[in-house]
Design a binder for this molecule. Structure first.
Ligand code: DAH
Length: 343
């Protein structure tokens, strides 16, 4: 045992440590050099065999080598554990459960709108939109509401000036769309509408509608009934019955109100349907020839149907919500009920 062969052990040990690719390999290296029967340990033990006067120097040398190899080993071990040298340990209690990250969800009216739109998209409808701030022309005149006609009073309108208003219905999108597109036209148009109403549990000055319009060369009332019934059964359940009641709208002729059998009592009569067994779902009818004329369509060339429903009302029926004002209060305790992930 001489100092040269000791240094040779150190060289090999440092090389082996540097070359270790994983913790297991490193452990093998440690055992090989620093273990009970390791080379450095054996060198220390062999000190007894050399002349007494050389022992102190040799002991010092082997100890310093042992220290350097141990330090190199520790460093490599830390590296392999992914902790870089000098990093502070996590100051908190790492065993505490994590805090869930706050996550919102879609407004219930957005969800209902998407669900309804999804059904109509599946039936070939595409989505069209129009402005909230609308011309009197599109909101009334082109929809065949004559000027000074009492039917305008039924929709208490927020006027901005004589010609401009907040739309009271999504029906103006019908004319706007037909002005730009020739038949076949098959659209739905969801959006916000405004009426000067005193808010109460069933009235709001702002609410949402979904308009529908289908125009082609041979569209009939049968097609209207077919699409509306399909929608109601897909959205509320196949057992829902649908009925059309004659009604009046200026922009459709004939016009109807559409009812579905009450899902709460299956038509028996209960508090949800005010004992009638029926729930009013939408207005509908065959597009009035005057509306086609305003839209610039060739006379008598086309027929079509239209329908319009209140999205808020549908959401209230579907989810048992009793106050329409909840929708726009932005109270997360209400809105959070409808999120996929609860808050
Ligand atoms: N716009 C009507 C309303 O707000 C609803 C409506 C009725 C729309 C009949 C239509 C329709 O397209 O054909 O009361």
């Amino acid at each position: 045992m001489d100092s040269e062969s000791i240094r040779e052990i150190e060289r090999r040990a440092l090389e082996a440590i540097a070359g270790a690719g994983g913790k297991e390999e490193l452990e093998e290296v440690r055992i090989r050099f620093l273990g009970r029967k390791g080379e450095i340990t054996a060198a220390l033990r062999s000190i007894g065999t050399i002349p007494a006067e050389q022992r102190p120097a040799m002991g010092k040398l082997i100890n310093s080598i042992s220290n350097r190899v141990t330090a190199s080993f520790d460093k490599k071990e830390a590296e392999l554990s992914g902790a870089s040298a000098g990093e502070e340990p996590y100051p908190g209690d790492p065993t505490l459960p994590g805090r869930r990250r706050w996550k919102g969800g879609l407004h219930i009216l957005t969800q209902v709108t998407n669900d309804i739109a999804g059904i109509f998209k599946g039936m070939g409808y595409s989505i069209a939109t129009g402005p909230d701030v609308e011309l009197d022309y599109y909101n009334f005149e082109a929809l065949n509401f004559p000027e000074d006609h009492p039917s305008r009073d039924e929709q208490d309108t927020f006027y901005i000036n004589r010609d401009i208003l907040l739309r009271t219905q999504t029906s103006p999108v019908q004319v706007r769309y037909m002005e730009k597109h020739d038949p076949p036209v098959r659209i739905i148009s969801p959006g916000r509408v405004y009426r000067n109403e005193t808010p109460d549990p069933s009235h709001s000055a702002e609410f949402f509608q979904m308009e529908g319009l289908f125009v082609d060369t041979d569209v009939s009332m049968v097609d209207l009934k077919n699409d509306v019934t399909k929608f109601i059964k897909l959205y509320f359940g196949r057992e829902a019955e649908v009925r059309f009641r004659p009604h009046f709208f200026p922009f459709t002729e004939p016009s109807a109100e559409v009812d579905m059998s009450c899902f709460a009592c299956q038509g028996e009569g209960c508090s949800v349907c005010q004992k009638t067994g029926w729930l009013e779902i939408m207005g509908a009818g065959m597009v009035h020839p005057n509306v086609f004329r305003y839209a610039g369509y060739e006379k008598d060339a086309y027929t079509g149907f239209a329908f319009g429903m209140g999205i808020d009302r549908i959401a209230m029926l579907k989810y048992g919500i009793h106050d329409i004002r909840q929708f726009l209060k932005n109270d997360l305790r209400f809105l959070g009920n409808f999120w996929k992930q609860k808050i």
